[in-house]
Design a protein around this ligand. Structure first.
Ligand code: SAM
Ligand code: SF4
Length: 329
């Protein structure tokens, strides 16, 4: 098992399939984009499946989430998903995407065994979308979410990041829209993981503020129907249910003590935390001929070193060198 020195066990693997993206969300990367990893540095589909297999078959990984960058940009995605769901024991397989291309891919992905999808949507206004993501792709995202719902990837989960003076006023309309469509909305506090290092605690919209904004229009009661376990979202029933909303207070309400995640970057580095400053290079080891046993040992050692928390509140906190898009959100 992937156990760290504080007794936490990692069972949830987040795999970044690429650092590239077709949007430029301002909380994530600059409008001009980033220096993408060269293709030779990206894990191939076979290398990804090999590492995921080691995780599932030897190290107790039970859930695999493909993310990025934008994972739908990897043409082999349906194949990677099918090979992942064919593993024994079969892991739950999910996807975090910006939704562009999902209208075409939702059905093949569902057929490949994909269980769930999280689609990021921060606004219901096309102009605000264009301003926030620097691309005019709002209608593609809406179509992608509908296609995922129709393909049976339900409930579609929607991730929204609120930013002051940009889309903060859309908290209530976003929730109303998601409830109408049968989607489950989760608000994520903005974290210091943008490539531009533009995050500031003073301007971030906190979980408390999000709950205040929503409470002006809805009655929220804590959803006690299932144990929160290691889930980062605090979930609330909206107006008595069955509709729900989640708030992920990564910064102001950290859940590091219950964290069960480990990450694999698109260039084959194991990261034991989003905010880790160290990585363990499985790609170079693999390309130098390491056996599955060697790779499993390196992975175990990387998780064993996990720190107790992200330490954003610590005066010595350092933002990781890699941005969210390169780590895999
Ligand atoms: N491109 C895909 C997408 O946008 O869903 C997957 C990768 S993206 C990095 C994963 C999630 O991280 C998205 O829901 C996005 O909104 C969120 N995210 C990106 N930068 C963030 C930040 N600085 N703080 C909080 N969430 C962030
Ligand atoms: Fe791309 Fe996702 Fe980052 Fe937006 S949040 S720029 S969609 S990787």
């Amino acid at each position: 098992m992937l156990r760290d020195s504080f007794g936490r066990v990692a069972t949830d693997l987040r795999v970044s399939l690429t650092d590239k993206c077709n949007l430029r969300c301002s909380y994530c990367m600059p409008p001009e984009g980033l220096d993408w990893l060269p293709n030779s540095q990206l894990l191939t589909a076979d290398e990804i499946v090999r590492l995921v297999t080691i995780g599932v078959e030897r190290l107790g990984i039970r859930e695999v989430r493909y993310t990025g960058g934008e994972p739908l940009l990897r043409r082999e995605l349906p194949d990677i998903v099918a090979r992942t769901t064919a593993l024994t024991p079969r892991p739950q397989v999910s996807l975090t995407t910006n939704g562009i291309g999902l209208a075409r891919l939702a059905a093949p992905l569902a057929a490949a065994g994909l269980g769930r999808v999280n689609v990021s949507l921060d606004t219901l206004d096309r102009d605000t979308f264009k301003k926030l993501a620097h691309r005019d792709r709002f209608t593609d995202v809406i179509a992608g979410m509908a296609a995922a719902h129709d393909a049976g990837l339900r409930p579609v989960k929607v991730n929204a990041v609120l930013m002051r003076d940009v889309n903060q006023h859309e908290a209530v309309p976003l929730l109303r829209y998601c409830l109408q469509q049968g989607y489950e909305l989760r608000f994520i506090e903005q974290m210091p993981l943008d490539a531009q290092h533009g995050w500031s605690r003073d301007t971030m919209v906190t979980a408390d503020e999000i709950l205040d904004l929503l409470s002006a229009a809805f009655t929220l009661t804590p959803d006690e129907s299932e144990d929160r376990g290691s889930a980062p979202a605090e979930r609330f029933l909206v107006d008595g249910g069955p509709g729900r909303v989640g708030v992920i207070g990564s910064v102001t309400r950290p859940f590091c003590g219950a964290c069960d995640r480990v990450r694999l970057t698109a260039d084959g580095q194991i990261r034991n935390c989003l905010f880790a400053t160290e990585e363990s290079d499985l790609k170079s080891a693999m390309r130098a001929g390491a056996t599955d046993d060697d790779l499993a040992q390196r992975w175990l050692a990387a998780v064993a070193r996990k720190r107790p928390g992200h330490g954003i509140d610590d005066p010595s906190f350092l933002q990781p060198a890699r941005p969210m898009s390169a780590i895999g959100g």
